[in-house]
Write a protein that binds this ligand. Structure first.
Ligand code: AMP
Length: 280
């Protein structure tokens, strides 16, 4: 496994692969890798000649300085896991390598950035789009793998690759969960035992919501879900929405969209967690 720190090394690797007509799969991450990340790596390894994983905690997508400073970093363990899964290249750039000059570009995110995370994390998706487009340019990969766990992020990435003509295929991958249902997340490392226990109400609410589709009104189900989370100690709800999976607009009736997701963000103590499930 090669570890590259510069865009030039990564670009050379991809150019050589392309010359040999070999495919490159790309998995961008912020590290603190867990089995959810590794499921993306495994998929890429099984579908491509080479797999590149980037690990970069991107400062421009953190709207909260404390969240950025607290973000878990476990590089040595990450490298071991990637080596075990036969990842070919790890891209570990410095902030200066990715942002040699100040960059104030404002991207067109098609309005998909406005609801949910957009309300509570202003600027987050613009920073995310900025780094993803820079990473795509450096990696020059054929396919990139993203988790459905970050549902709104995935929708925006699909939008910007089209909008900015990036020749890359985007593959969404299902959410991996701990046995009890909690969605795997790097931030779970920051939870104490009590918070971890209470955080379970997030996935339980989503699974409960799925059971209620078409049995009660959207409005009643939303009220039930919000109440379930709000009544759990240690949890502070930011949003619970039932949305059209394509436009991410809230729906009023189960017949309003063919594909519907329920999406939630809540704080367990100081740790912000997000999750979603497909309802239909
Ligand atoms: P992150 O390191 O949190 O930026 O995540 C890197 C990639 O892994 C993103 O595409 C995430 O959506 C994906 N990911 C994170 N958690 C999970 C999970 N539990 N299951 C599947 N994919 C995930």
């Amino acid at each position: 496994m090669e570890v590259y720190k510069t865009k030039a090394e990564l670009a050379l690797f991809s150019t050589n692969a392309k010359k040999k007509k070999e495919t490159v799969g790309f998995v961008p991450t912020m590290g603190a890798l867990h089995d959810g990340h590794m499921s993306l790596i495994r998929k890429s390894v099984s579908e491509n000649n080479y797999t590149v994983c980037s690990i970069f905690v991107n400062p421009t997508q953190f709207n909260n300085k404390k969240d950025f400073e607290r973000y878990p970093i476990t590089i040595d363990e990450d490298l071991k896991k990637l080596e075990t899964e036969k990842c070919d290249v790890v891209f570990l750039p410095s902030v200066n390598e990715m942002y040699p000059d100040p960059d104030n570009t404002q991207y067109d995110l098609g309005g998909i950035d406005k609801p949910m995370e957009g309300v509570f994390r202003p600027g987050h998706f613009n920073g995310m789009a900025m780094i993803v487009l820079k990473l795509f340019a450096a990696a020059n990969a054929d396919v990139a793998y993203f988790g459905e766990k970050d549902f709104q992020q995935l929708a925006i990435i699909k939008y910007i690759t089209k909008r900015y003509n990036v020749p890359i295929k985007i593959v969404g991958c299902s959410t991996l969960r701990d046995e009890d249902g909690l969605a795997m997340s790097s931030r779970n490392l920051l939870l104490n035992a009590d918070q971890r226990k209470n955080a379970l109400a997030i996935s339980q609410t989503l699974f409960g919501t799925k059971q209620k589709v078409n049995k009660d009104s959207v409005e009643n189900v939303k009220a039930w879900a919000k109440n379930f989370i709000s009544q759990t100690s240690n949890l502070k709800l930011e949003y619970f929405e039932i949305v059209n999976s394509e436009t991410l607009e809230s729906i009023l009736d189960w017949s309003d969209a063919e594909n519907i997701n329920a999406c939630v963000a809540a704080y367990a103590g100081e740790v912000r967690l997000i999750d979603n499930v497909k309802l239909k």
